[in-house]
Ligand binder design. Structure first.
Ligand SMILES: *Cc1c(COP(=O)(O)O)cnc(C)c1O
Length: 303
């Protein structure tokens, strides 16, 4: 009844002279945020007769937070969310994921909490949905990709997606392995939060057997999550101009920069996974527009 996640389409786009397949997980569901629909699919599919509340934690603008508010609303559960800090600006001017989650009934708390004290009626979700149950929905994603490969006779394929916690990339590679598709189909990913070492550690926490791990690729430069980078804004504008697709501003710019910066990945057909998150642009875009004027970038002949 609540299984409202259908499969997503695959488009063909051209960017910077290269052709890419694009898995439109951003269009999976109008309310969920892309890959969070995959990660929380399990909680829509199964019955939880004793659960009355979701508890989670993380940042006050996260895509996972917003998607959990949707899940809670759909299931008629309460949703309690813990943050270290809420910026005064956000409290005074609610917008983006924060505003939408509040509208869905989220109770946000700026305080510490203890997992041990949670009752048996509580469904506890790790930050960013980094947990075992995410495997269910990501297997569905893997199956869709394999079916599409079969239909279109695409034997060799490199899949690329940017990582936060690395949960999506890891379970995708694992599912392909389990479905006997890992010989010709490889998952490549780049860290957006932390560096390659951090991402590898995240993989190990979910899966100790390295044969299931995706291939980590990086750029040489250090990158801080949610910080503003001129290069990120430029490639985001370029992507929109050349492909007509709106990408998210937190993960995709670094993802595309890393992909283009490691051209050996493009020796095979590439499937880029658009993991949604566009709602979060509501908070990122004004920050970029204040910092860099679009016209200035245009004058540099970048667009
Ligand atoms: C959450 C998210 C990611 C990162 O997913 P992980 O499974 O944590 O690696 C990437 N892109 C978007 C748009 C997201 O919302």
């Amino acid at each position: 009844m609540l299984d409202v996640i259908n499969s997503s389409v695959i488009d063909v786009i051209t960017f910077e002279g290269h052709s890419f397949y694009l898995k439109r997980d951003d269009l999976l569901h109008p309310e969920f945020s892309g890959n969070k629909a995959r990660k929380f699919h399990y909680f829509l599919k199964n019955n939880f007769p004793n659960i009355t509340k979701i508890v989670s934690y993380g940042s006050a603008q996260s895509n996972a937070m917003y998607s959990l508010s949707v899940l809670a609303k759909m299931r008629g559960w309460e949703f309690e969310y813990y943050v270290d800090h809420i910026a005064t600006y956000l409290l005074d001017n609610p917008h983006g994921n924060y505003a939408k989650a509040i509208k869905n009934g989220m109770l946000i708390k700026e305080e510490e909490f203890s997992v041990e004290k949670l009752g048996s009626n509580v469904l506890f979700i790790e930050e960013g949905g980094r947990q075992k149950e995410a495997e269910y929905g990501i297997r569905v994603l893997a199956k869709e990709i394999i079916d599409w490969q079969k239909e279109n006779n695409i034997k060799e394929l490199n899949i690329f997606l940017p990582s936060g916690t690395g949960t999506t990339a890891l379970f995708l590679q694992k599912a392909l392995f389990d479905m006997n598709y890992s010989q010709y189909t490889h998952v490549y990913t780049n860290p957006c939060v932390g560096d390659g070492t951090y991402l590898k550690k995240q993989f190990f926490e979910l899966e100790y057997d390295e044969k299931y791990h995706p291939i980590i690729v990086t750029l040489d430069k250090k990158h801080h999550f949610a910080k503003l980078y001129r290069e990120n804004y430029k490639i985001w504008l370029k992507l929109q101009q050349q492909t007509g697709v709106v990408f998210d501003l937190l993960y995709d710019p670094l993802g595309w920069r890393t992909l283009l910066g490691n051209p050996e990945i493009m020796d095979k057909p590439i499937l880029y996974i658009h993991q949604g998150g566009v709602l979060g642009n509501e908070s990122m875009l004004p920050r970029y527009e204040r910092k860099y004027k679009k016209e200035e970038l245009e004058n540099e002949n970048i667009l």
